[in-house]
Design a protein around this ligand. Structure first.
Ligand SMILES: Cc1ncc(COP(=O)(O)O)c(C=O)c1O
Length: 351
């Protein structure tokens, strides 16, 4: 059966297909038989690679999806009577259908965010009623890097948060569904954002960054790492044919592919932002563009025709702020044709 040709989309970086180099790695891994459940040579190599990229204490575990990565990372860090500080727009808070609350039984404590970020001072102020048996005890902070609004916590902002967390005995988790954008954006290495920074767990995204599917839980706390494999199995997140996820991550992380995808994605997002802004006062850019997403507001009447041309999400159904997201395979021509459509709508002076 022949499927209709895919229409390019600015909906999400998981609307795109698989990066050709990752598909090639999958084909290479598709040879003969190999032991299952993470005992294959690909997974072994990936574990070593993760130690060199993220720090020698890193234990890397493959899971199927990002929600599970977040839940399993947090499951190692908190108990059911405890709470996790998050931003009010965090994926764990807004888009995981209460999965952390259901599987861990813990409470999420959302703090108001600015461009998707929370601060060290807010975290310090939220640490009330310590030791009070009537109150869920804050035991961890979960940050998204880059944030849901395509912004980056700076190294200083992260260091301040980790410092408060450590002083107060809190664990630190990072939801890194798009973590590949952080090192080029902050001009640092992965290591500066993981073991060197002092975080306890990172959900490291693959699916949004060119993989067919697969995410990593990077665990830096030895005790948490020891029990992780049991909790992953109980959560039904242990893939049997591990080599097909490990080989994809090896293709992404062994050389420069991850950096190339992130650098290009950011460049294209900046291009889209610039072209949109140039349309004039009908367009307002609402967030800094530090990864692969552009957030904007434009006349409501544009949304239907523009979405028919190239799909995107209305992020805030009250303000009609929209999210335009670039994927590894988004082209400048596609962006130009989207802008041309917006230019025509702008010229028509729709309300
Ligand atoms: C920031 C962030 N974290 C986690 C996820 C969860 O990924 P999944 O849909 O694979 O569960 C997403 C997916 O959109 C995301 O954007």
């Amino acid at each position: 059966m022949k499927m209709a040709p895919a229409i390019p989309s600015l909906g999400s970086d998981n609307h795109s297909g698989v990066h050709p180099k990752i598909l090639e790695a999958l084909l290479q891994a598709n040879m003969g038989h190999s032991p299952s459940y993470g005992t294959d040579p690909w997974t072994d190599k990936l574990r070593g690679l993760c130690k060199s990229l993220f720090g020698p204490s890193t234990e890397a575990f493959i899971v199927f999806n990002g929600t599970a990565a977040n839940v399993l990372c947090l499951h190692g860090l908190v108990e059911s009577h405890q709470a996790v500080i998050v931003s009010d727009v965090a994926h764990v808070q807004m888009d995981e259908c209460g999965a952390p609350e259901k599987y861990i039984g813990c409470k999420l404590l959302p703090l108001p965010s600015n461009h998707g970020k929370i601060t060290a001072d807010q975290i310090r102020d939220a640490l009330i009623r310590r030791g009070d048996q009537h109150y869920s005890q804050v035991a961890a902070v979960s940050l998204t890097q880059p944030t849901e609004y395509g912004t980056l916590y700076s190294l200083k902002e992260l260091q301040d948060i980790v410092q408060v967390a450590k002083a107060e005995g809190l664990k630190v988790h990072i939801d890194g569904a798009r973590f590949i954008y952080a090192p080029p954006g902050l001009q640092c290495e992965f290591l500066d954002l993981t073991e060197e920074l002092g975080v306890d767990a990172v959900s490291f995204g693959g699916t949004k960054n060119g993989l067919l599917f697969g995410e990593l839980c990077l665990i830096f706390d030895r005790e948490v790492a020891q029990s992780f494999k049991y909790r992953r199995k109980q959560a039904m997140q242990l893939p049997s044919k591990h080599r097909f996820v490990a080989s994809q991550f090896l293709a992404l992380l062994s050389g420069s592919l991850w950096r190339d995808i992130a650098t290009e994605g950011h460049k294209k997002a900046l291009y889209l932002r610039e072209k949109l802004s140039a349309l004039g006062p009908a367009v307002t850019i609402t967030q800094p563009t530090e990864a692969n997403a552009v957030f904007a507001r434009f006349p409501k009447a544009w949304i239907g025709p523009l979405r028919d041309h190239m799909f995107f999400y209305v992020w805030d159904e009250k303000t009609f702020e929209v999210r335009l997201m670039v994927s590894f395979d988004t082209t400048y021509q596609q962006i130009d044709s989207f802008i041309e459509k917006a230019r025509v709508l702008n010229a028509a002076q729709l309300p």
